[in-house]
Design a protein around this ligand. Structure first.
Ligand SMILES: *Cc1c(COP(=O)(O)O)cnc(C)c1O
Length: 363
């Protein structure tokens, strides 16, 4: 009797069996505008210097468990308040998991607005927390403070995740409303600033002014998605507890050394972010002039667009046939009916997506 299906069905938790694994689209040979990667490569001399630096790495040894050099570098280049602590994760995805593991328990709730980053609700399920989703306002995806307050009173969430700017809508919430949420929330509030390089405001400078705020960042969207490095900033009282849940060698040596090297040359990435922001403006302008699509404002490196009713699937498939991969959000949430998310690419990639989109919408 060899029946792994029956055995797995008996023992895997029902809420895990009900999940679908995080979907990563097949992108071989495509113009990849589905996951907010930076389109630009490094100058050749920088590439060469990086390879030289990697020659010094000894992979027979375990990594520096606390990644001291890298954390010091991050403090310098990211203007982290001197009294704040820094915790590193294997991407900010791992930091979400660390925070959730530390706060999980019977009846504990993780709350986030909806639509927002899919990993918040998935991680809640992984760690056995209840996830509560509070709808954003339909007109402009802003926070609905009255609804948030009602859900805080009803569910007493242990933790609230706010993506600032929000993914997949692209808008940045009103900072005064975020401060109201900080005052109202019974538990921890994680402000997830994955798109900080493209945004006009950050909560990092005031992270220690609230006893329940931690700020999460990542190097992924600024151009180092392959390294998997996220960082959490906040009071030692929170971060020392989270550090106990972290796996000892969660950031590998190649990532530590490479991120440290890249951050010495942060000006290169700042200049790329400038270009991406300029391209974002150009892309939104062109989308505004196009028939049958409406772009939403964005402070991130992507643009949410809504097609005329019923056209999103056709547009998505038409783009795919023309070799361009974007994210189809139609059907993922009622608020995102007819919506696509376009990562801002290089000038050529953006020209290509604009041309293909008008063709695809024309049928
Ligand atoms: C992309 C993204 C992340 C994940 O970033 P990694 O550091 O690559 O794990 C976290 N939060 C939001 C809102 C994101 O869009």
């Amino acid at each position: 009797m060899n029946d792994p299906h029956a055995a797995a069905a008996r023992w895997i938790r029902p809420e895990i069996r009900a999940l679908r694994a995080y979907h990563v689209a097949h992108a071989e040979g495509m113009v990849k505008l589905d996951s907010m990667e930076n389109p630009y490569t490094w100058p050749p001399e920088l590439m060469e210097a990086w390879r030289e630096r990697l020659k010094e790495v000894h992979v027979n040894r375990y990594p520096n468990a606390r990644a001291d050099a890298l954390r010091t570098r991050l403090r310098q280049v990211m203007d982290i308040p001197a009294e704040a602590e820094v915790l590193l994760g294997n991407g900010s995805d791992e930091l979400i998991q660390i925070v959730a593991m530390a706060l999980a328990g019977p009846g504990r709730v993780l709350l986030s607005p909806e639509p927002s980053f899919a990993m918040y609700s998935m991680t809640a399920t992984f760690v056995g927390m209840e996830h509560v989703a509070v709808p954003l306002r339909a007109e402009d995806f802003s926070l609905d403070l009255a609804a948030m307050r009602a859900h805080f009173e009803r569910h007493r969430p242990a933790v609230v995740f706010l993506a600032y700017p929000n993914n997949p809508t692209g808008n940045r919430f009103d900072p005064r409303q975020v401060r109201e949420i900080l005052a109202m929330a019974p538990g921890l509030v994680v402000v997830d600033e994955a798109y900080a390089p493209f945004a006009a405001h950050s909560f990092l400078p005031e992270v220690l002014e609230h006893d329940n705020l931690v700020v999460m960042r990542t190097l992924s969207k600024m151009g180092l998605a392959g390294l998997r490095l996220g960082y959490l900033v906040g009071a030692g009282a929170w971060l020392e507890e989270f550090d106990k849940v972290r796996m000892p060698y969660n950031v590998n040596t190649l990532s530590q050394v490479s991120a440290d090297f890249a951050l010495v040359h942060k000006a290169v990435f700042d200049e790329q972010a400038d270009r991406i922001r300029a391209e974002r403006g150009r892309l939104i302008g062109a989308l505004e002039r196009m028939n049958s699509v409406t772009p939403y404002p964005s402070e991130a490196n992507f643009v949410l667009v809504r097609t005329a009713p019923g056209l999103a699937d056709q547009a998505f498939e038409g783009l795919k046939r023309r070799g361009i991969l974007v994210k189809n959000l139609n059907g993922s949430s009622p608020a995102l009916a007819d919506c696509l998310r376009l990562t801002v690419g290089s000038a050529e990639e953006n020209d290509a997506v604009l041309a293909a989109l008008s063709e695809a919408l024309a049928g």
